[in-house]
Write a protein that binds this ligand. Structure first.
Ligand SMILES: *Cc1c(COP(=O)(O)O)cnc(C)c1O
Length: 398
C-alpha cells in the first residue's frame, strides 16, 4: 500500500511543491513513482466488492483515479488551498468539464468577453447548442455583471489577467455579485499562475488551470486541473468526470508533478524577466503602450495591488508601426521564439491579431483592444540581460 507523507506543520508553497501529495510505494523511491497502469487487481472478490461499494480505500480504474495522477492532484490541492481536484487531459478539457458538469438546458452563463478563444466557443457554441444561453460582458465593469444576471444564471466565468491585453478583473467584487445571484463563479487562473493569485481565497468557487502552461512550463505535455470544495466536486464534477473520461494520463501527470517542484522558482525568474522587459520596452520611441500587471501605469493597478502578488510572467505591447513593425520585430528576435504557447522556460512571442485571435472580427478585436501592432510576450527563465539585448536588437531592426 502507498504511504502518504504526513506533515506535522503547515508548509509554505515552495516546500509543498517539492513534497506535497507524495505517496511512496514499498520500495521507498525518492522520486514519485510513475504508475503506468489502466487498472488494478484485487486480492479477493470481496475486496473488489468493498472497493466498488466505496467501503475500502484504493484505486479502481485510471479513468476514475490513478496514484500518479492523484499525487499531482494532491499537490495542486495543497498549493491552491482547495478541498479536492480532478486532473484533466488538457486545459480545455478542464474548462469544458467544469462548465458542462453543472448546467442543463435553460440555464444561463454570464462570462467576461476577453476569453481564450476555445473557452468562448465552449460557452457560446457548444453549450448554446445544448440549450444553455450566455451573455458576455466587459469583465472590468461591475455594473455589466450585475445587469447581466438573470433568474436562470447558474455560472459566472472569467479569465484574469486576460489574454492578450492583460486586463485584470476584480475577483472579490464579481464573487459577491455571483453569490447574491446564487451562481457558481469559475475562474480560469492560467495567466496569473497559482503563485500570483488565489481565486478561492477571493471568493471564487472553482479554479481551472491549463497545466500545459506554467505548471509543465517546459513545453512537454498538455494537462489541466479543476479545483474546488468537496461538495461542488461530489455533486457536480465527480460523476461527469467518471462517465465522460477527460482524465489526465499518468505519464503526463508525472511530468506535471515534477514541473510543480520548480514552479515557484520558474515563475519568480519569469516575473523578474517580464518586468525588466516591460520597463525596457516602455522607454522606446517605437513602442506605443506597454501593458504589464506590475507597472504603476497599468490601467487596473489598484485591483492588481489588492488581489495579485508579484506582477506577471507576461506582457503585451504595441508597436506604433502596426503589423509590419510587429512582424519585423518578431522576425529579428534571436532568443525569444515565435510561438503561441506561454508560461514556458523559453521566452515566446506571438502576434495575437494574426494567430490566437485571428478568428475574431476586426470590430471585436478593436473592442478587446487587440491592435495590429500588438505583441504578447511570455518571459522565460533566461538571463534578463540577454533578453533585453535581444529586444534591443529587434527594435533597431524595426
Ligand atoms: C491555454 C489556455 C487554455 C487551454 O489550455 P490547453 O491546455 O491548451 O487545452 C485555457 N485557458 C487559458 C487562459 C489558456 O491560456
Amino acid at each position: 500500500m502507498l504511504q502518504k507523507n504526513h506533515n506535522r506543520r503547515p508548509l509554505r508553497p515552495a516546500t509543498q511543491m517539492v513534497h506535497g501529495g507524495t505517496m511512496r510505494s514499498e520500495f521507498g523511491e525518492t522520486s514519485e513513482a510513475l504508475f503506468l497502469t489502466q487498472g488494478f487487481v484485487y486480492e479477493t472478490a470481496e475486496s473488489a466488492e468493498a472497493r466498488f461499494k466505496g467501503e475500502a480505500p484504493g484505486f479502481i480504474y485510471s479513468r476514475y483515479g490513478n496514484p500518479t495522477t492523484r499525487m499531482f492532484e494532491e499537490r495542486m490541492i495543497a498549493l491552491e488551498g482547495a478541498e479536492d481536484a480532478r486532473a484533466t487531459a488538457s486545459g480545455m478539457a478542464a474548462v469544458a468539464a467544469a462548465l458542462q458538469c453543472q448546467v442543463k438546458a435553460g440555464d444561463h452563463i454570464l462570462a467576461s468577453r476577453a476569453l481564450f478563444g476555445s473557452c468562448r466557443y465552449v460557452i457560446e457554441t457548444m453549450l448554446g447548442r445544448l440549450g444553455v444561453s450566455s451573455t458576455f460582458v466587459d469583465g472590468r465593469d461591475l455594473d455589466q455583471w450585475q445587469k447581466g444576471v438573470r433568474p436562470e444564471t447558474r455560472v459566472f466565468f472569467m479569465e484574469t489577467p486576460t489574454n492578450p491585453t492583460l486586463e485584470v478583473i476584480d475577483i472579490a467584487a464579481v464573487a459577491e455579485i455571483a453569490k447574491a445571484a446564487k451562481a457558481v463563479l469559475v475562474v480560469d487562473n492560467v495567466f496569473a499562475t497559482p503563485m500570483q493569485q488565489k481565486p478561492l481565497e477571493l471568493g471564487a468557487d472553482v479554479v481551472i488551470y491549463s497545466a500545459t502552461k506554467h505548471i509543465d512550463g517546459q513545453g512537454r505535455c498538455l494537462g489541466g486541473v479543476i479545483l474546488s470544495n468537496q461538495d461542488w466536486i461530489d455533486e457536480n464534477l465527480h460523476e461527469f468526470f467518471r462517465h465522460t473520461g477527460p482524465s489526465l494520463s499518468p505519464f503526463n501527470a508525472w511530468t506535471l508533478l515534477k514541473g510543480l517542484e520548480t514552479l515557484p522558482l520558474r515563475v519568480a525568474q519569469q516575473t523578474v524577466n517580464a518586468s525588466r522587459l516591460a520597463d525596457h520596452l516602455a522607454g522606446s520611441s517605437k513602442i506605443g503602450k506597454v501593458l504589464y500587471p506590475g507597472r504603476p501605469d497599468h490601467p487596473d493597478a489598484a485591483i492588481i495591488a489588492k488581489q495579485m502578488t508579484g506582477g506577471s510572467t507576461l506582457l503585451a505591447f504595441e508597436l506604433t508601426g502596426g503589423k509590419e513593425a510587429a512582424f519585423r520585430f518578431s522576425n529579428a528576435l534571436e532568443i525569444i521564439r515565435i510561438s503561441n504557447n506561454l508560461g514556458d522556460a523559453k521566452s515566446l512571442i506571438t502576434h495575437p491579431a494574426t494567430t490566437t485571435h485571428k478568428n475574431l472580427s476586426p470590430e471585436v478585436r478593436a473592442e478587446l483592444g487587440i491592435s495590429d501592432g500588438m505583441l504578447r510576450l511570455s518571459a522565460g527563465i533566461e538571463d534578463a540581460q540577454d533578453l533585453i539585448e535581444d529586444v534591443e536588437a529587434a527594435l533597431a531592426a524595426v
